[in-house]
Design a protein around this ligand. Sequence first.
Ligand code: DCT
Ligand code: MG
Length: 399
Amino acid sequence: SWFTDSMREGKPVAVETRHLIQETLPATPEATTPTPVSTVSQYACQRRTTTQNNNKIFTDAFEVLAESHEFNDMEGPCLAFRRAASVLKSLPWTVQNLRVTEDLPCLGEHSMCVIEEILQHGRSFEVEKILSDERYQILKLFTSVFGVGPKTAEKWYRRGLRSFSDVLAEPSIHLNRMQQSGFLHYGDISRAVSKAEAQALGNIIDEAVHAITPDAILTLTGGFRRGKDFGHDVDFIVTTPQLGKEERLLTSVIDRLKHQGILLYCEYQASTFDESKLPSYRFEAMDHFAKCFLILRLEDSQVEGGLQTAEEDRRGWRAVRVDLVSPPVDRYAFTLLGWSGSRQFERDLRRFARMERRMLLDNHALYDKTKKEFLAATTEKDIFAHLGLEYIEPWQRNA
Ligand code: DCT
Ligand code: MG
């Protein structure tokens, strides 16, 4: 089926793969890797990280610390803890003493202290203090609503609001459309999406896309492409071999879902992609391709094995968050690499490109600053080869 195909391949069937020869190129040139191969790289894109995390007890702690720093607008320490967590996730063994961590990159003094605490007491008191902190708890609650980021959560907290009912009862607060849907479908969309549910959604999108454009290309991306069993949403790339027709395809898919009565929410963003504005020097979190953020209605009967719902929930359907992005086909490989994640893997791909190769990578293109030219790619393997990186499979990108 398309589901397993796109999990395995992750390349458009309509695009030829003549660049595959680059797979056989030597991986990383020696000059830029002075460290022995046996050591762990500071870059997530030079590590293989599966969904099996042997150091969850430590990485959970680091993620709380990262988030708490994010809530306090401290980007540096936040990123440091995210990097530390990512390094530990890549290890095929469990950290059992502090000495082994001395050889690992990205573990600062603070991280070491937390590891030491956990090794000694089985838990970190610093982390427990954060978890029991009211502000942390409330900001965590508010940001769990679709459409509410740390800034809005902080604003509500500062105004003395402490619960959803406080927010909803406050007459001076105007919720935007996204937040309104976030509250309306809170129970459903704060619950994880299973692989079977992702597959069912894929079937729905697949039917819609191909009814409109028979040779359209649909690929599952995001966490499910990385082999995760659960996700907070389902991400897809939709495009067509006819360059320029991709945006129309996306709006037609949205219309079709609307007619089917399963579109519970849709925020459509038209393409602002402009080739002449590349390369982009400033980092942008989002790309410029046409995309939409959806909430779809998924019926129990559409899911193999049925929906995972509570006994008392007899509605027979659930709401699910779905993202669709629609790049021109000649940008497909960059979009696929960018949307496959993880976030930390993406961050480090870009950092590696910039710091080690003097190249700029984003979801649109790869630019070589030395040669002053763009490097074309039809597959993800082309991009890894251009970067002089060993190819990392999607399921090894759970950094
Ligand atoms: N992405 C990114 N930078 C962002 C947002 C997203 O690089 N600011 C990429 C990384 C993953 C991909 O897009 C999809 O995003 P999410 O759905 O948020 O991540 P996910 O890995 O699919 O996680 P989840 O399983 O929770 O959906
Ligand atoms: Mg996702």
